[in-house]
Design a binder for this molecule. Structure first.
Ligand SMILES: [Zn+2]
Length: 248
């Protein structure tokens, strides 16, 4: 495949033919939330969509339009952040899954760019398993920690990736025109002992909205990590497809 099979550019006939040819659809899962002063609000959308587009090119799976919102409660008071309630994220996934399943899709792949979507994806997939005959796989940067450590020079803040060297490098690889490296900063806020045990949240801790060292980000690091993620995700999609129950 050379071009992505983008659902919103297809006619109903194109869609019918694409699903008949390879009955797999990819749903990019994003968020609209602050990512510091050097990155746009749509980082999680651009990354999930950029990766999904490449996976569609490589596998022939249909690329569905991205889900633009996620659960972003922690940044809710910062301009531009739009948060969906957690159970709404789950229901959006389920509604999309029910629809594509009626269109003949046999396997749905969720490609996530926003950490807080992970639990919604897992619970939606479990509920869907009891409702429809279409498995759902959910992918979020496979082997993240290993690949991040191989390519990034700065440590994470508490294992988190947000507007840091990692996300900024990926953005430089996927959407460089939207990155302003002159405004990139390094920030490792102190972690209160009640963090993770109370409503003290990320939004309360970092002045810049960056968690980690965005100044060390480069396009090369982003491209190398992207290639590794893509190779692994492509394999996972083929594996999930191969394990679908065979007809007859
Ligand atoms: Zn992000």
């Amino acid at each position: 495949m050379s071009t992505a099979r983008e659902a919103i550019k297809m006619t109903r006939d194109d869609m019918e033919a694409a699903v008949k040819d390879f009955p797999v659809a990819i749903l990019p899962m994003g968020a609209t939330e602050q990512h510091g002063h050097h990155l746009p609000l749509g980082v999680d959308i651009y990354l999930a969509e950029g990766i999904s587009r490449k996976l569609s090119e490589r596998t022939g799976a249909v690329l569905l339009p991205s889900v633009p919102f996620g659960y972003s409660w922690v940044w809710r008071d910062i301009p531009g952040t739009i948060s969906m309630q957690q159970h709404h994220v789950e229901n959006v996934i389920k509604d999309v899954a029910h629809s594509v399943s009626r269109n003949g899709v046999k396997l749905l792949i969720l490609v996530n760019g926003h950490d807080a979507n992970n639990s919604s994806m897992k619970y939606a997939a479990r509920e869907l398993m009891d409702e429809i005959d279409m498995p759902v796989s959910y992918l979020f940067y496979p082997n993240l920690e290993q690949i991040r450590q191989q390519h990034c020079d700065s440590p994470t803040w508490s294992g988190m990736i947000h507007a840091c060297e990692f996300e900024t490098s990926l953005m430089l690889a996927i959407k460089p025109e939207l990155v302003d490296m002159k405004k990139a900063v390094r920030e490792y806020p102190e972690q209160p002992s009640l963090y993770g045990k109370s409503t003290i949240s990320l939004g309360d801790l970092s002045d810049s909205g960056v968690y980690g060292d965005a100044t060390l980000a480069t396009k090369e690091k982003g491209e190398e990590m992207l290639e590794q993620f893509l190779n692994q995700m492509e394999k996972l999609i083929q594996e999930a497809y191969a394990s679908l129950p065979k007809k007859d």
